[in-house]
Design a protein around this ligand. Sequence first.
Ligand code: FAD
Length: 470
Amino acid sequence: MSTVSAPSPRSARHRGKPAERPPGLPGVPGAGVPWARALLVVIWSGVPAVLALWWQNTIPGSLHSTADWLTAGGRIAGLLAAYLLLVLVALMARVPWLENRVGSDVVARYHRALGEYTVALAVAHAALVILGYAWQSGTNPVSEGVTVVLDYPDVLLSAIALALLVLVGLVSARAVRRRLGYETWYHVHLLVYVAIGLAFAHEFAVGADFSTSARNRLLWSGAHLVVGVAVVIFRIGLPLRRSLRHRLRVARVVGEGPGVVSIHLTGRDLDLLRAEGGQFARWRFLAPGLWWQSHPYSLSAAPGADTLRITVKDLGASSAALARLRPGTRVWFEGPYGAFTARRTSGRRRVLLIAGGAGITPIRALFETLPGRGSDVILLYRASSAEDLVLHRELQAIARRRGFGLYPLVGPRTAGGDPLSAVQLRRMVPDLSEREVFLCGPAGMTATATEHLRYAGVPQGRIHTESFEF
Ligand SMILES: Cc1cc2nc3c(=O)[nH]c(=O)nc-3n(C[C@H](O)[C@H](O)[C@H](O)COP(=O)(O)OP(=O)(O)OC[C@H]3O[C@@H](n4cnc5c(N)ncnc54)[C@H](O)[C@@H]3O)c2cc1C
């Protein structure tokens, strides 16, 4: 085992930033991960299918006037919005394949990006259809809008659905989201399900693509049914079944450092969960004030047949309250989830782990469970002070036992340079570009370290990150 302190501030001062931005940084979140790419292909392949639906119900040569084009644009926007809405819900259905292969954080990022298109398309749908009708009849768009909403079948419900979607879009905008508590944002978000239900009737009542075709109605209803069943099974049924079956309880709560505790859990047949180091679950502690919310925490040790452990930093009211949990408290959970596991190494044995702050939790579990020995696995553990190096003794014990490299990088970043700069990384890990890299820490550290790793020659596809922010 080797242990070094942060590189000298003087030597690192001019090495903090790469001289130039490395080429090929991905614009698409998760690019480079084959499963994520496959998911994008599946999602986008639905778009031509939706356009075909519109084309099939458009009489050839029927688009003459501006009004025709406006209405056609509105119909296409509406179909795409309805399709994407279904995709958004499917992405959040917690389907194990998506959560464990593509990765929960990547799925959440796709959901957020597609959400913006969906709201824009839904607004465009309403605006273009009303403008088209107004153009056709020579009325003004406002009075035409009132007529459409009040007189056309089920359109009033769809107008309410549109208002709900816009509300959800607004609370999800970064500037607003930052000011809202997570729970408030989450519960407003659930209105999307209400919006889908309210909009559904008008699609069949006034949507030319469905009102004239029983086959299209069947396909569309079938798609909604499949997604609805997936939501019920994976968001409600499976977590309920697992929580009842495995009967998790708090065994003890152990202080690990300033504001950090480990919660040891016991349960039955936990090996059947097939949890892996690096994964997380959403935990619901059935204690006063805590039972109504669930929070994601990663496993911070290798899962056992009847024990699990998480390690929590007190970042807010709920995480701070976990330090006061009593032994015996029942725990319900959803998971395990996450693709931040040894499977990502595709058999490659040489691995570099980089952790910062609470990001040490999944990295600690990986350090314990990754295959290999000696210099196969190296861990760089970034902290601003020695007392923030939580779980350090355990890490030292694992490093001793398996011969792995452990490098605590201690010191504030402002002390000069970045110990995770490309130059320092290459110095500490000369065979860096040959390794799979697992990275977990504060968002800023993760972004900068990723950039330095790319600059130091690590291909994007070999950098695996876990985000603690959805
Ligand atoms: C995949 C994943 C794994 C995580 N693993 C760990 C871990 O091992 N150890 C650890 O200390 N922390 C971990 N976190 C972070 C942890 O979930 C939050 O710190 C915790 O939920 C904060 O809750 P709070 O009510 O105490 O704080 P708040 O003040 O409510 O929130 C603090 C921050 O956490 C976010 N947050 C709050 N509730 C949730 C929620 N239910 N889901 C997602 N984000 C939420 C908020 O948006 C905010 O950015 C993980 C997060 C994710 C997404």
